[in-house]
Design a binder for this molecule. Structure first.
Ligand SMILES: [Ca+2]
Ligand SMILES: [Ca+2]
Length: 708
């Protein structure tokens, strides 16, 4: 580079990293861990000698996994040994069956979770398996949440972030080179294997009934051995066909979709009972189909059967006999406080009253009677779906399959019932993001066990693969990690956080998201503008489970008191939601005073390495050069945009590079740049010292070194 004042350094436009994420990001050099004292079990396994092994599963996990894997191998011939197999069973015939039951918009507030809903069958499963109290949905509407779980990929990885994109044809969406999924993985990603495809490829009989994917159009392209589609309220129709409540007339602002069906109102007591027969409810037909599937599964191979109910999703057409179990005088409204919205930034408040859309139903909470009626319908919907679950479980019992069938209970997201004056979902508060998850894994999870570990819905895919004794598909990387160790030991070491994306209609990039650890919730509404007045919320989840007191609002004290935890959570969220998009790295041009070919300065930043994906990596600049300017390097080769303040930065694949340029008048001196990095387990500080020569451009390189 020519020297002289005003030399111009033009950053290349950012190029997305099209790395094959099926290849583990593997870093070889093990270093001692000085910041974390792990449980004894983490050292019980011998060190991993081979680099490949380190790539696949680094120390902390393998130490706890190995006994479990061995256990599962033994189980393959014991607890999971299928009765009455054919004389010459096919390979894999001794693997466990899986029954995966989806509930739509079911809150984790039914009986087993200490709530009001009467759900004896869900409670029974909880008593026979493990209940997860901290499971976070990937997204807060049906389509992105379900696709995310079924692919083991976050919405930010695929670009499937909301109902659209891609409501129906998500594979075509992924095939488009402009889709984030394509840019992330490259060609071929549109043929990525779903959980169903993978199990079928491994010899499972795979069948589905009801709403498992979001739509029938999505269901039909999967490779089923048997598929029973779902009918949306046959014989009933969408609410406008049977307006019952009179709410539309009473509240002129409310759209017709808000008249969700079966609600009689105090204002219109003659609206009468719902004009439908219980025999027309879609979940009844789905259960009939599910029972038929289970009664006819082949005996020469294991099965993976999924059944999806639509209740307690709106419209709340529920049988009167179940409504009668929730008298208004005993229904409890959720705890709320006045002025809860006063400490929430504008984008958060806007989610409460999503004017012009079908969920603008805040009016409901003006009237305690209507509020309780709504809750009663939601509860009755949960009870109805629970009855249907009971019919499926009865088949397993009758056929003697319960002992070698893993049963999974999952909901795609939560639902507001008046919290923060909101009805519906599509928010990032915990009542929207947290879902029930129960797994009955005979011989693995202790009956009636519970874990508070934070689980992501994306983790279900690799967990079921491991429980079945299979290996993960090799087509593409998955974001999830197996929590099978927790099933064997609910207190197993598990440091990970849960993240949820809230997409915008027809937007494939995520800029609104939340992250939760056991202790904290952090919500961010303008994630792609990290330097500009962030709209954000932070809650001490452990002490404020209703998320009432936003600690980043000046109304509640000094936000600077929480700077550390905020930076940490923001960094992880950026790393997951903007995986290939370093801040301000696009179309940037910088002008430097002067440059010379740069000396290379390098400091290795050690990682514990228990996160094979490295997606919990949080990298933070804690100081700037005292007499120079720092430039991010988007390609590791040339200076890019200037960094003007300390804070979190999104690292590149295996490190971070930057350039620092000292002022001509800085004189010869020694400067230092300080960094901190965490992988979610330990935090390591790093400093690079620079013997400054004026007017010199220095190239800084910070490779991440994984430890065992
Ligand atoms: Ca849903
Ligand atoms: Ca509040």
């Amino acid at each position: 580079m020519a020297s002289g004042m005003g030399a111009r350094i033009v950053a290349f436009p950012r190029t997305r990293a099209k790395y094959p994420r099926s290849s583990p990001r593997c870093l070889p050099t093990p270093l001692p861990d000085t910041n974390y004292s792990p449980p004894a079990t983490r050292h019980s396994a011998p060190p991993i000698g081979a680099l490949l092994a380190a790539c696949v599963r680094v120390s902390g996990i393998i130490a706890t996994m190995k006994p479990l894997l061995l256990f599962l191998v033994l189980l393959g011939g014991l607890a999971f040994a299928a009765p009455a197999r054919a004389a010459a069973p096919a390979p894999g015939a001794d693997r466990p069956n899986i029954l995966f039951v989806y509930f739509d918009d079911l809150l984790p507030t039914f009986g087993a979770y200490g709530g009001q809903a009467i759900t004896p069958n869900l409670d029974r499963l909880a008593s026979e398996g493990m209940r997860f109290t901290n499971t976070q949905a990937s997204a807060v509407s049906c389509n992105p949440s379900r696709i995310s779980m079924l692919l083991g990929l976050r919405p930010s990885t695929t670009g499937i972030t909301s109902l659209s994109p891609e409501h129906i044809d998500w594979r075509t969406f992924l095939a488009n080179p402009s889709s984030p999924g394509y840019q992330h993985f490259g060609p071929g990603v549109s043929q990525i294997k779903t959980l169903y495809q993978h199990f079928r490829d491994q010899g499972y009989y795979v069948a589905s009934a009801g709403k498992t994917f979001h739509s029938n159009e999505q269901l039909v392209v999967e490779p089923w051995d048997r598929l029973e589609l779902w009918n949306f309220w046959p014989g009933i129709g969408w609410p406008q066909n049977t307006p019952l409540s009179g709410l539309t007339d009473y509240y002129s602002k409310v759209t017709i979709d808000a008249d969700w069906g079966a609600i009689e109102t105090a204002q219109n007591p003659n609206a009468g009972p719902p004009n439908y027969s219980e025999a027309t409810l879609p979940d009844l037909e789905t259960t009939n189909n599910g029972v038929s599937i289970l009664n006819n599964v082949p005996t020469d191979r294991p099965f993976f059967v999924s059944v999806g109910f639509v209740l307690p999703h709106l419209p709340w057409y529920v049988p009167q006999r179940l409504l009668d179990r929730y008298p208004i005088d005993v229904v409890q409204t959720p705890p709320v406080i006045a002025d809860d919205l006063a400490d929430i930034p504008p984008e958060g408040v806007a989610l409460v009253w999503q004017d012009g859309n079908y969920w603008d139903q805040r009016y409901l909470f003006d009237n305690p009677y209507e509020w309780k009626r709504a809750i009663a319908h939601s509860l009755a919907g949960a009870t109805y779906a629970d009855e249907q679950l009971g019919r499926l479980l009865a088949v397993l019992d009758q056929k003697g399959l319960a002992g070698n069938t893993i049963v999974v209970i999952w909901s795609d997201h939560g639902f507001h019932l008046g919290q923060k004056q909101h009805l519906q979902k599509h928010t990032l508060w915990e009542v929207s993001t947290r879902v029930p998850l129960i797994i009955k894994a005979p011989g693995v999870a202790a009956p009636g066990s519970t874990t508070t570990a934070v689980i992501n819905s994306t983790d279900i895919f690799p967990t079921l693969v491991e429980l079945a004794g299979l290996t993960m598909p090799t087509d593409f990387h998955r974001d999830g990690r197996s929590f099978a160790p927790l099933l064997a030991d609910p207190a197993a070491y598990w440091p990970w956080a849960g993240t949820t994306a809230l997409g915008r209609y027809n937007a494939s990039v995520v800029d609104r998201a939340s992250i939760r650890t056991r202790g904290w919730s952090y919500i961010r509404y303008n994630l792609r503008q990290p330097a500009a007045n962030p709209q954000e919320e932070l809650y001490f989840r452990a002490g404020d489970p209703n998320e009432w007191r936003n600690l980043l609002s000046p109304r509640n004290g000094n936000p600077a008191d929480y700077r550390g935890v905020r930076l940490h959570l923001e960094s992880i969220l950026q790393g997951q939601m903007l995986p290939d998009a370093p801040p301000s790295a696009e179309n940037a041009t910088v002008t430097a005073w002067q440059g010379q070919d740069s000396p290379e300065l390098s400091t290795a930043i050690p990682l514990l390495g228990s996160d094979p994906n490295q997606d919990y990596l949080a990298f933070r600049l804690t100081s700037l050069p005292a007499h120079g300017r720092l430039f991010y390097s988007p390609d590791g080769v040339r200076p890019g945009p200037e960094i003007t303040q300390p804070g979190p930065v999104v690292p590149a694949l295996a490190g971070w590079t930057a350039y620092v340029l000292y002022r001509p008048d800085a004189g010869a001196h020694t400067d230092a740049l300080a960094f901190a990095v965490t992988d979610g387990i330990s935090t390591a500080g790093a400093t690079v010292s620079i013997n400054v020569q004026p007017a010199t451009l220095y190239h800084l390189s910070f490779p991440f070194i994984a430890r065992q």
